[in-house]
Design a protein around this ligand. Structure first.
Ligand code: GTP
Length: 752
């Protein structure tokens, strides 16, 4: 078998990044799709010729004498010698293994270099200016961000003295955002605390150095000194998730990718995560106790990869519903002997809705019945097309059980990470997200957090979700106490006042007082918000939201009893277009409406449509909590009509169904002439003689109709309440089974 050379492999051989090689190919007008594309020998030689040309262009810039250049050329083909020679040579690219063409900026600089020497020569005598020019160019050539970093360095230099001068001057104005202690006030006024205490006493305020004084007192004291007080309107730091702090690009450093593994039940997620974890434990760590903290980090070829170890696809549902995006890459595990299953689809939809790149791991390749081609075929229908069939999805065949193919999988993860250019600034106060949290009897609230930017340190004052504290201890995934954790590192922390929730975001503040104030303000706000209903997309308000321009697309999650209905509904809904606003089906499947559907809906601001299916009880409850709009129908036309009318602002149903009770069928009696009597128990609400009923089996509506008779013992009754047993017959329907659920509902007029 001939080995195909892919862009990323070539890049790696050349010690370049895939981006660089792609950039060169683009400049050579060679059309390749991406880093997975195969490079034929002709392409390789063109790229090499290009690099050679670049080097030659760059060469006259160096002060090498013609003799020396000749010397260099002779040596170039040999890698080993090239290195040795490098010491004697001027600093410039010499072998293809050095970074010759790191970026467009650099390439432009190098291209321009073509003209430079000719123009430059006559100018040689103007030394000062010339040398500056040259330095700048050099900087540009060797570091793509050279200009910027240089600027920022210079800025840094000039800034410091300025600040210093300001500190020496007496204070003319102070900025105050709230009460402060006498000590803090004295410090900001640049006065002795004793002096401030005396002045306060004269104002009739007895305060010690650590006591807080209010804004009025602060203003009076400042006035005494002739110092102006500026009341700072604080940026609402309580909503820190919404504040996007821009980092200076020069300060950004590469960070490890954060990977989530998803897939259908039993396809091997847990096995894969375990095998990765165990095969990548370094010798010195092997002795340590590996503890479960919901995430772990491995080292692979001198790079780190963080894996979220949360069950199912929580990282995408619960966390996204809380506004957190933690995953950089999703590995979708599909068993080669089973193929694409409902949860595979669901996982893909989750990853796509979150716009996270997907790598497919075809697992259980060791099994004789493994059929990877079938998996690829099935995934193609979901728009995940392997590279060899012209797509750009990475497929890696593996055996999680035997640990086969995992190296390639890790390599692909790093490759995607490289393409995504994941970066963070380690030199700032940390921010990130809670992965898991619980109350530990001994340690108090314990939270596993993922640091996403900055560095988290022991002792840091921190706000986490609606609670706060000071990081008392930090433990890494190997169970070791650590003092600091940089970007993409998962750590367990203690020291919080309360237990936060998975998906909560955290932020470190400069001082504990501020962290406390913000934490408390957030807790209070949450309480208020819980009282007021949150607004998710709601069909009744859809028109208004469209009018206000808030909505361009209506996200819909579609659940139906059979695949045929799913397809028909999808087609019908996608056809709807009301003044440019369209319906987007973000997930569709056969079966009851599950909790996961509701969380996805909450995270994506979607409406759930159930066609001949019902929500599971937990899903129903969650939908109420999360204010997710679930619409249940049994006629396709009604579904499209309802959505269309809502979009046009014409949603005006006169009646609305109201479920009044849920009844469980516990025993079946077949009586000739009467038919099937369902011996039932009212689990929730009540059932009335005149209510309509829906017969549900495994979450699917199998019949809808009227009650024929409702009895307690032998007597006909008008209604039966929760906790009581009864006998029910349904008009013209006998196929009732034990375990069925009867939903009783009435049609209610809607108040306008
Ligand atoms: N032959 C073979 N069996 C595997 C492989 N990977 C996993 N299994 C087996 O498949 C079964 C399910 O694997 P799990 O790792 O528990 O699957 P999962 O996707 O985590 O399942 P849930 O946690 O239930 O969602 C176990 O019996 C594994 O031993 C594999 O590569 N080859």
């Amino acid at each position: 078998m001939t080995q195909k050379l892919r862009v990323y492999e070539y890049a790696r051989n050349q010690n370049m990044s895939s981006k660089e090689v792609l950039e060169i190919l683009k400049r050579l007008n060679i059309n390749v799709r991406n880093h997975m594309s195969v490079m034929d020998p002709d392409m390789v030689s063109k790229v090499e010729a290009y690099m050679e040309r670049l080097k030659q262009k760059a060469e006259p810039k160096a002060k090498a004498s013609p003799a020396k250049k000749e010397n260099d050329r002779k040596h170039r083909p040999s890698k080993g010698q090239g290195k040795k020679d490098g010491q004697k040579k001027p600093r410039q690219a010499d072998t293809p293994h050095e970074k010759v063409v790191p970026s467009r900026a650099e390439m432009t600089a190098s291209d321009e270099a073509d003209n430079v020497p000719k123009k430059e020569k006559p100018k040689r005598k103007k030394l000062p200016k010339h040398s500056e020019d040259k330095n700048q160019r050099k900087e540009q050539r060797h570091d793509p961000q050279g200009n910027k970093s240089k600027k920022s360095k210079q800025a840094g230099k000039t800034h410091k003295p300025e600040q210093f001068v300001a500190a020496e001057k007496s204070v003319e104005k102070i900025t105050v955002s709230g009460p402060m202690t006498v000590g803090e006030l004295a410090k900001s006024l640049k006065k002795e605390p004793s002096e401030v205490i005396k002045k306060l006493m004269m104002l009739g305020i007895m305060a010690t150095i650590n006591q807080e004084v209010d804004m009025d007192a602060i203003t009076l004291i400042a006035e005494e000194y002739g110092i102006e007080v500026e009341h700072k309107v604080e940026v609402d730091e309580t909503q820190f998730e919404l504040i996007e702090e821009q980092d200076d690009p020069a300060l950004l450093k590469e960070r490890p990718p954060v990977v989530t593994v998803m897939g259908h039940v039993d396809h091997g997620k847990t096995t894969l995560l375990d095998t990765i974890r165990h095969t990548n434990v370094t010798a010195q760590e092997a002795g340590g106790i590996t503890q479960h903290i919901g995430a772990y980090q491995i080292d692979y070829e001198q790079k780190k990869i963080t894996f979220l170890d949360t069950p199912g696809h929580e990282a995408f549902t619960t966390m996204r519903a809380r506004g957190a995006q933690v995953t950089d890459i999703a590995i979708i595990v599909v068993a080669a002997d089973d193929g694409v299953m409902p949860q595979t689809r669901e996982a893909i939809n989750h990853a796509q809705a979150a716009k996270v790149p997907i790598i497919v791991a075809i697992n259980k390749m060791d099994k004789p019945e493994a059929n990877p081609e079938k998996v690829k075929q099935e995934l193609m229908e979901l728009n995940l097309v392997p590279e060899e069939w012209g797509g750009d999805t990475i497929f890696v065949p593996i055996s999680a059980l035997k640990g086969e193919g995992l190296d390639e999988l890790m390599e692909m993860v790093l490759l995607v990470a490289e393409m995504e250019e994941l970066k963070a600034n380690p030199d700032r106060l940390a921010t990130g997200t809670v992965i898991e949290a619980e109350l530990d009897r001994g340690k108090g609230p314990v939270a596993t957090v993922l640091v996403q930017n900055g560095t988290l340190r022991v002792g840091d004052p921190i706000v986490v979700g609606n609670t706060y504290g000071r990081v008392r201890a930090m433990t890494n995934d190997k169970g070791r106490r650590i003092k600091e954790a940089g970007p993409s590192t998962p750590v367990e922390i203690t020291g919080l006042q309360d237990v936060p929730q998975a998906g909560d975001q955290f932020k470190v503040f400069e001082d504990e007082k501020k962290a406390r104030a913000i934490g408390e303000a957030r807790a209070e706000k949450q309480k208020q918000e819980e009282r007021a209903a949150t607004s998710r997309v709601n069909l009744d308000e859809l028109f208004q939201q469209i009018q206000e321009g808030d909505i361009k697309e209506i996200n819909v999650i579609l659940k139906a009893d059979v695949q045929g209905s799913v397809e028909a509904l999808k087609a019908a809904l996608e056809k709807i277009d009301v003044e440019g606003v369209r319906v987007k089906i973000i997930h569709s499947a056969v079966g009851a409406i599950t909790e996961s559907d509701v969380t996805l809906a909450a995270a994506s601001n979607a409406i759930v449509i159930g066609f001949n299916v019902r929500p599971q009880p937990q899903a129903k409850q969650l939908a109420e909590e999360e204010k997710v709009d679930i619409r249940l129908h049994r006629i396709i036309y009604n579904v499209t009509e309802e959505i269309e009318n809502a979009m046009k602002g014409m949603l005006d149903p006169e009646y609305q169904e109201k479920v009044i009770g849920t009844v469980e069928v516990r025993q079946i009696f077949k009586v000739s002439k009467v038919g099937t009597i369902a011996g039932s128990y009212v689990k929730e609400g009540k059932i009335t003689r005149d209510s309509m009923v829906r017969l549900i089996r495994d979450g699917v509506v199998i019949h809808e109709g009227k009650i024929n008779a409702l009895k307690r013992f032998k007597d006909d009754v008008r209604e039966v309440a929760q906790g009581y047993e009864c006998g029910i017959t349904i008009e013209n329907y006998n196929d009732i089974k034990e375990g069925d659920v009867i939903e009783a509902y009435v049609m209610e007029e809607i108040e306008r």
